[in-house]
Write a protein that binds this ligand. Structure first.
Ligand code: PGA
Length: 251
C-alpha cells in the first residue's frame, strides 16, 4: 500500500562533470517498470541542481537538495532558501540529516522551521532522525527518536503530512559499514509509526513512508526492505555508484 522509495544522498561528493556522468548512468540503468513499483529520488549538491533538473525532466526520478535555510530570505550570506530550490525547479529537500545536526548544530526546532519553509514552497521533505551510539548504549534510543519527531514535526497539520517522508538513520550505522539489523531497524520504525498514530492520526501513520538509512548496500537491502515498517532506503555511499544504486532499487 505504501510505495517503496529509494533515495540517493550524494552528500559533498562529485564535481559537476563526474556528477553528470553518474546521473546519466543512473538514468540509463533505471527501467520505467521499476519506477512503477519504487519511487527514486536523487539528492544532489546545490551546484548540480539546475543541470540535473533539465536532465531528469520527464524521467520520473525526483530531484532534491540536501538542505535549505530556515528563513524565507534575507541577510544570510552563503545560504540557500526553499524558494530558490523550488524555482530551479527541484521537487524535494532532505532535512535534519545527522551530519547537519552534528557538524552544523541543527536542532529539532531549526529543522522544524526548515520543514515549514520547504512545505510552504511546495517541496517534498525527507526528515531524518536517529540516535548516536552513546544514546543506544544508554538505552535512550526510543526516547531520542520520539523527541526528534515530536519537536521537529509535531506542529504539522494532517494535510502537510502528505509531503513528509521519515528516514531513520542510526548515526552509528552511517558510512561505517555497520548496518542496523533488520530487527533493530524494524522496532524503531514500528515505534515511529505508532508515534504518528498518537501524534497525528492512524491514517497518517499508515500512509507515511519510513525509510531506513545507514550502510544500505545491494546485499542487505532486500532483508531490510522486507520488514513490515521499512518502506525503502536513504542511501549514501552506495548511491555514488550507478550499479550499486540500481542494485538497491531492484532489491
Ligand atoms: P551511508 O549514508 O549509506 O553511506 O551509510 C547514509 C546517509 O547518510 O544518508
Amino acid at each position: 500500500m505504501r510505495k517503496r522509495l529509494v533515495a540517493g544522498n550524494w552528500k559533498m561528493n562529485t564535481n559537476m562533470q563526474d556528477g553528470y556522468r553518474l546521473l546519466k548512468d543512473i538514468l540509463d540503468g533505471v527501467r520505467e517498470n521499476e519506477l512503477q513499483s519504487c519511487d527514486v529520488h536523487v539528492y544532489a549538491p546545490f551546484t548540480h541542481l539546475k543541470v540535473f533538473s533539465n536532465s531528469l525532466n520527464g524521467s520520473g526520478i525526483l530531484l532534491g537538495a540536501q538542505n535549505c535555510h530556515h528563513e524565507a530570505s534575507g541577510a544570510y550570506t552563503g545560504e540557500v532558501s526553499a524558494e530558490m530550490l523550488a524555482s530551479v525547479p527541484v521537487g524535494g529537500v532532505l532535512l535534519g540529516h545527522s551530519e547537519r545536526r552534528q557538524y552544523f548544530g541543527e536542532t529539532n526546532e531549526v529543522v522544524g522551521q526548515k520543514v515549514n519553509q520547504a512545505l510552504e514552497n511546495g517541496l517534498q521533505v525527507i526528515y531524518c532522525f536517529g540516535e548516536t551510539l552513546e544514546e543506544r548504549e544508554a538505552n535512550t534510543h526510543f526516547d531520542v527518536v520520539e523527541r526528534q519527531i515530536k519537536e521537529g514535526l509535531g506542529h504539522l497539520t494532517v494535510e502537510q503530512w502528505d509531503n513528509i517522508t521519515l528516514a531513520y538513520e542510526p548515526v552509528w550505522a552511517i558510512g561505517t559499514g555497520k548496518t542496523a539489523t533488520a530487527e533493530q531497524a524494524q522496532e524503531i520504525h514500528a515505534s515511529a509509526r505508532n508515534l504518528l498514530g498518537s501524534m497525528v492520526n492512524n491514517e497518517v501513520a499508515e500512509k507515511t513512508r519510513i525509510l531506513y538509512g545507514g550502510s544500505v548496500k545491494p546485499n542487505n537491502a532486500g532483508e531490510l526492505f522486507g520488514m513490515a515498517d521499512i518502506d525503502g532506503g536513504l542511501i549514501g555511499g552506495a548511491a555514488l555508484n550507478a550499479d550499486s544504486f540500481k542494485g538497491i532499487i531492484t532489491a
